[in-house]
Design a protein around this ligand. Sequence first.
Ligand SMILES: Cc1ncc(COP(=O)(O)O)c(C=O)c1O
Length: 388
Amino acid sequence: MSLSLIAQNIGESATLKLNEIAAALRAKGEPVIHLGGGEPKSKAPMEALTSAAALLSSGEIRYAPADGIPSLKKAIIGYTEKYYGRAAAPENVIASGGAKQAIMVALQAILNPQDEVIFPVPYWVSYPDMVKLVGANPVPVPPADGSFQPKIQDIEKKVTSKTKAVLINSPNNPTGVMYRREFVAEVVDFCERRNLYLIMDDIYHRLLFDGNQPINVCEFAKDKTENSKLVLVNGVSKQYAMTGFRIGWAVGNKTLIKAMSNIQSHQTSGPSVLLQQAAVAALTGDQSSVEALRITLENSRNVMLARLGTLSGAKVTKPDGTFYCFVDFSEYDKDSVKLSRFLLDKVRVVTVPGIEFGLDGYLRLSYCGSIKDITEGVDRIKSALEMK
Ligand SMILES: Cc1ncc(COP(=O)(O)O)c(C=O)c1O
C-alpha cells in the first residue's frame, strides 16, 4: 500500500492508545487502574451543559464562522485581558477543535518543509508528530543538568537558520513543573531578538498548587504590536474538565490568525457551534468549578507523593501543577516501555512510558483519578517492583 512520507513518519498517539488498551481490558472484566489518563474526572460546568442543551433542542445547529462564533471570541478576549492583560480584537483570536488543533494550524501557518521547531525535553507527546505532520523537523532540547527546568542557553545552542518557532508548555505535561519566571522572561526576550515565533501552550496555567500563580508570558513581551510573534494557546479541556468538547483557541497577530483561519476553514470549517456554545458558558459562568478542581488535584498530588515516598528506588520531582507526576524509575528498569508493559501485565496498572515524552527511565503517573485509584495504583506498582 502506498502512503505518503508524512503518513509513514507519524505514530499513533501513545496516550490515546493506552486509553484504548485500558478500556479493552476493563471490558474483559480486568481490574485495571488507569494512571495514564489526561483528563479530570469531574463533571463539566452545569452552565456549559444547559447552554449546549438549549441550542441542541432548538434544532438549529448550523455552520458557523470557521474561526469561531462571535460570542466565543468575545469570551476568549475577556479571558486574555483577565489572565494576560493583553487587549485583543476578534481578528486576533481563533477557536479550534481543542488546543491541539490550535497548535496544529499555527504550525501549518508558520512552517515550511524542513523548518525547525525547538521545544524542551520532556515534552508533550504530540509535539514531535505535530511538527512532522507539516513536513518540518522537531528539535527537542534535553535538559543539560538533568532537571525539568529548561535553560535558555540550551535552547540557544539549537537555533539554526531553519528555526522558526519555540514551543513551551508550563506547568508542564508530563512533569507538572512550572517553568521559572526568569526562564519565561528569557525565552520571550530571546524569541523577540531572534524574530522567532513563541507558542505558549498554557493549557494547565490555572491548575497550580502551593499558592503558585500563573506566569503571564505577555508580561515580558516588549513588542505589543501586530508584529508580535507570541502566540497564546489555551482551552477548556483541562481547567473546566471539558476534554470531550474539543474547544481550544489561539491568540496572536492578525496576519497569523487570518492564515490559521483560512487553513482551518478548509480542514474542518471550525469546531461545532454546539460545543462552542458550551465553552462560552464555561468561560463566562461561575468559575468555582475551576478552583474546586484545582483543590482536588492538589490533594490528589499530595496523596500520590506520600504514596510514592514508600518506593525507595523511585525519584520524584514535586509537581507544581497539572495532574501528572514524572517519576524516575530507572533504578528498577531503564527501559520505560518495558517497565510500563511489565506493570500492565503484572498488576494491571496503566502508566505512560517516559520515552514518549523524550526521557527514558521515567513513567508518567496521573493523579486525575480517584484517591482509591491513586493509592491502590501506587501500591500495586510497589508490589510489582518488589517482586521484580
Ligand atoms: C500540553 C498539552 N497541550 C495541549 C493539549 C491538548 O488539549 P486539547 O484537549 O484542548 O486539545 C494537551 C492535552 O493533553 C496537553 O497536555
